[in-house]
Design a protein around this ligand. Structure first.
Ligand code: ADP
Length: 275
C-alpha cells in the first residue's frame, strides 16, 4: 500500500536552514478517492435505468405509437426500471442514515427471538414464491439484547432476502440463534444468528469485499434479481453500530452462511459513556 505525504518547506530566518515538514495524508487521500468512486457508482447505477426509461419514452412516441400491445409491454418494463431507481434511492437513504447513526449507541431492549420470527413471517410469501422453506432453530427462551429494533430488522431482512434470492436452488434457508455467556469474538455475553442457504454459494475471492458499497459477486445475477448492491454495506454499518461482527463463510457450489455476532449489552465507548 502506498503512503502519500504532503511536504512543506520553510527557510529559517538565517537562510542556512531549511525545515521540511512531511505530513502523512494517506487517509485523507483515500477518503477523497472513496467519495469520488461512490459518486461515480451512484451516477452509473442511476443512469442505467434512466437511459432505459428515456429510450422507451422515445419509442412510445415514435415507432410504437398506436401499437397497444407494445405499449403495455414497454410500460411494464418502464415500471420495473422506475422500481429499480426507487429501491436504489431508498437504499442510499438507509445507508446514509445508518452511517450517520454509527456513533450513537442504540438503547432499546429488543426481543431478538420475536424479531427474527417476525422477519420470517414477513418473508414467508417471498420464500414460497421462490420455492424455499424456512428452518428455524431458535433454541429455548427469548433472547433479549440492547439494540435498535428497526435497524436489526433491516439486517435480518437483508440477509434472509439474499439467502432466498441467491440460494433458492437449495430449496431451504436455515436461521439459527445461539446464545453464549462468553462469545469468543466479543469476550462477553453474546448471541450469534446464522443465516444459512444451500444454493450456488460465493467464490471465496469475493468474500473480503462483499460488504463494500456496490460490490457484487455476480453482477449480472444481482441486477436480474433487482439488487442494488448496497444491502450488505447497510448490514455491516448497523452491526458496527451494535459493536458486533459479521462473518461470511461460503464456497462456490456449497451455499453460504452469514453469521451476525451481537453483544447482549453494548459497552459504552469514549465520551458517549457519560450520556
Ligand atoms: P445485492 O443488492 O446485489 O443483493 P448485497 O450487498 O445484498 O447486494 O450483496 C452483495 C453481493 O453478495 C450480491 O450481489 C451477491 O453477488 C452476493 N451475495 C449476497 N448474499 C448471497 C448469498 N446468500 N448467496 C450468494 N451470493 C450472495
Amino acid at each position: 500500500q502506498e503512503t502519500t505525504f504532503r511536504v512543506t518547506a520553510r527557510v529559517i530566518s538565517d537562510q542556512r536552514v531549511i525545515l521540511l515538514c512531511f505530513l502523512d495524508v494517506t487517509d485523507v487521500e483515500q477518503a477523497g478517492q472513496m467519495r469520488r468512486d461512490f459518486v461515480a457508482n451512484v451516477s452509473h447505477e442511476l443512469r442505467t435505468p434512466l437511459t432505459a426509461l428515456m429510450g422507451f419514452i422515445e419509442t412510445l412516441r415514435g415507432p410504437a405509437r398506436g401499437d397497444a400491445e407494445a405499449r403495455d409491454r414497454f410500460l411494464d418494463i418502464m415500471e420495473g426500471e422506475a422500481g429499480r431507481m426507487n429501491r436504489l434511492v431508498g437504499d442510499l437513504l438507509s445507508l446514509s442514515r445508518v452511517e450517520g447513526d454509527e456513533r450513537v449507541r442504540p438503547r432499546d431492549q429488543v426481543n431478538l427471538t420475536a424479531l427474527l420470527a417476525s422477519v420470517l413471517r414477513t418473508l414467508k410469501p417471498l420464500a414460497a414464491d421462490a420455492g424455499v422453506v424456512f428452518e428455524e432453530d431458535f433454541g429455548a427462551g427469548d433472547v433479549m439484547l440492547t439494540g435498535d429494533a428497526d435497524q436489526l430488522m433491516q439486517v435480518f431482512t437483508n440477509l434472509i432476502e439474499n439467502a432466498i434470492k441467491y440460494g433458492a436452488s437449495g430449496g431451504r434457508v436455515t436461521v439459527r440463534l445461539d446464545r453464549s455467556e462468553r462469545d469468543p469474538a466479543l469476550r462477553a455475553p453474546g448471541v450469534r444468528v446464522h443465516v444459512i442457504d444451500y444454493g450456488a454459494g460465493i467464490d471465496t475471492i469475493h468474500l473480503p469485499r462483499l460488504t463494500e458499497r456496490f460490490y457484487r459477486a455476480d453482477s449480472h445475477r444481482s441486477r436480474a434479481l433487482g439488487g442494488t448492491g448496497l444491502g450488505l454495506a447497510i448490514v455491516k454499518h448497523i452491526i458496527n453500530r451494535h459493536r458486533g461482527h459479521l462473518k461470511i463463510d461460503s464456497e462456490l457450489g456449497h451455499g453460504a452462511q452469514f453469521t451476525v455476532v451481537l453483544p447482549l449489552q453494548i459497552a459504552a465507548v469514549g465520551s458517549e459513556s457519560q450520556s
